[in-house]
Design a protein around this ligand. Sequence first.
Ligand code: NDP
Length: 468
Amino acid sequence: MNKIPSPAAPLMRSKVSTFVDDFMAQVEQRNPDEPEFLQAVREVVSSLVVVLQKHPEYRKANILDRMVEPERVIQFRVPWMNDADEVQVNRGLRVEFSSAIGPYKGGLRFHPSVNLSILKFLGFEQVFKNSLTTLPIGGGKGGADFDPKGKSDNEVMRFCQSFMSELYRHIGPNTDVPAGDIGVGGREIGYLFGQYKRLTNEFTGAITGKAFKWGGSHIRPEATGYGMVYFAAAMLETQGQSLEGKTCLVSGAGNVAQYAVEKISELGGKVVTLSDTSGLIHDPDGISTEKLQWVMSLKNKRRGRIEEYVEAFPTAHFTGADPTLQSNPLWAIAADCAFPCATQNELNAKDAEHLVANGVKVVCEGANMPTTPEAVDHLLDAKILYGPGKAANAGGVAVSALEMAQNSMRLTWSREEVDQRLQEIMRSIHDTCAEAAETYGTPGNYVNGANIAGFCKVADAMIDQGLV
Ligand code: NDP
């Protein structure tokens, strides 16, 4: 392990960065060509130097070195037949990162960009996020480089069945409990669960995000978006403000974005944007309940492109995606609040500059790691309320854990009860992050707060359980 700056010495920025750089050089050597994973680790380690200084027991147990190594990584071949009777092959992965405080828990992502680096970054983040939820769940993530877009329902079913034919032997209600993520919604969860049940001959809560009629929980589809908005409201409350009357930017148009729009509108905010891989729509009149219903039908049933929105609602404008641009025009629209809900690294330093120049008050992450490190620094320097995804989007996994609890009890809680629990959990995550940030000398810095609070619980469990 690298030398931690002495606790007696004042914590100089240069000493912190030397420790972080040395530690990262080691991690980089062991994990070359994994930029997203290294980005996620660097952010966490930068927050933890001050904790390691105060806690020699963490240093002695070499907790940090152990935490950056997944407990297990499973990679497998997923052969399947397309509708033209051609054999297709994809790569399946499951990263079982940490079981220190409960069974591995985290989503499955089906997207052509999926690789080991992305799943290790997501699995690593998940460990801290799940720790913050107050519930007994470890961290994991999985998926495949399969693109459900443009595939028929039968093709998606055949792929899911082949994927589960290998994954089923590694998961279970007390071992590893996957859920959805990008490209894995209700349809995919249904096919995956059906095959799991067939192979194991058991109807257990081994997957969450199930439809309500057969083992799912109320509020699970809504949980990530709703939870993020509850978190943003809690941040605003610290400054005596609320979402009432605020103009809001939301990126993405999938599960998280849709329910973020619903809850923001319910709390009196006005959402004026949505996006997908084709581009963004700007609707200055706001995305009303009726317009949101239209978007849900477009994305969840017809699986169409967001640009169709402007045909249905001509007051809105569409701007096509342009990968040659240095910044995303969505974040250059003047607003009070910004909610990145699409994917990793979708908000860069230039975007952050635009947001700050336009007087944004809150940036709260529905997606995982959507803000680049330079952009985060810019937002923190400008004293913007910034809610990192591992805290702000933890509502989804929290309600997944509530789904596991209901499955174990073979009971169903009402919509109101689950929503009440979600609100309490998000409040608790917010307060825990704020307290940890304050205790360790960086009040208002939710990045440090989330990393520190998430880390300490897992680290203590690892020490209690010995060298395993
Ligand atoms: P969905 O697949 O439902 O939606 C993703 C949306 O983002 C789609 O509209 C998609 O566009 C868009 N998108 C994806 N990649 C890009 C890109 N490179 N550029 C522009 N737009 C893009 O996923 P979710 O809503 O479930 O997930 C969104 C984010 O939230 C992810 O980071 C995920 O890890 C995170 N998250 C999700 C949770 C959940 O419960 N679902 C829980 C916690 C975090 P298109 O329609 O064109 O594909």
